[in-house]
Design a protein around this ligand. Structure first.
Ligand code: PCA
Length: 219
């Protein structure tokens, strides 16, 4: 089948923020642009690390690509593993201003919408696929309250209104080049991040009923 006829995976990454000059999420997702994974065509889209503009850009990309699957990817400096978010909450509480200077506190992502959404991607199958590929991975139960949670929530809210659209979010560690100056920060090589994303997306595309394996946390 011609690549253009395949259903689309919309894969988003963010631009650098918080004083960094690189964001691993965009570096990783752009390497998957145009690839064919699990019978889908991957479209990588850069989002600004800014509350309002990121949502506008996401909606435009959705109109253009009509994705069957959306996966947002963002940097979570300090996390050691590829971190699949299971939940997104309807809350903005920014510890630092975004790249447009906005710093919302205690505001909803979408007024009047539900408090939270679970990802409807098969996160356990995706986790198992990354672990089988020899990569450290985990399920996370908070995407924070900054721009990543905002986009994760918006994706899940928008997907819930569209038949046949599934969505989720993955946080990824610093790159080694970012961790050079950070004494205790874990990091992961770009090629491992890209491989992890690819196997996770393949599992997302091919799994209809998620696996039941324990991946909870005690606290
Ligand atoms: N990480 C931030 C926003 C952009 C990014 O890559 C976050 O976790 O909210």
């Amino acid at each position: 089948m011609a690549t253009s006829k395949l259903p689309t995976i919309l894969l988003t990454g963010f631009d650098p923020f918080g004083g960094e000059s690189i964001n691993p999420s965009w570096e990783a997702v752009r390497l998957l642009h145009g690839k064919r994974i699990g019978g889908h065509r991957v479209v990588a889209q850069l989002l600004p690390t800014a509350f309002e503009a990121s949502l506008r850009q996401l909606k435009a990309a959705m109109r253009e690509t009509r994705p069957a699957i959306m996966l947002g990817v963002g940097q979570a400096g300090g996390r050691a593993r590829l971190s699949l978010e299971r939940v997104a909450i309807n809350l903005q509480d920014a510890r630092i201003p975004d790249n447009a200077g906005a710093q919302p506190v205690d505001e909803p992502v979408i007024a009047g919408a539900p408090a939270a959404y679970f990802s409807d991607l098969p996160v356990k199958a995706m986790l198992a696929a990354m672990q089988a590929a020899g990569l450290p991975a985990e399920i996370s139960y908070t995407a924070g309250t900054y721009v990543c949670n905002h986009i994760a929530y918006a994706m899940l809210h928008l997907a819930a209104q569209r038949r046949g659209v599934r969505a989720g979010f993955m946080h990824i560690p610093y790159l080694p080049s970012q961790a050079v100056a950070l004494r205790h920060a874990p990091s992961m090589a770009l090629e491992d991040m890209v491989r992890g994303l690819a196997v996770a997306l393949r599992a997302a595309a091919l799994t209809r009923v998620d696996r039941q394996i324990s991946a909870g946390t005690l606290n």
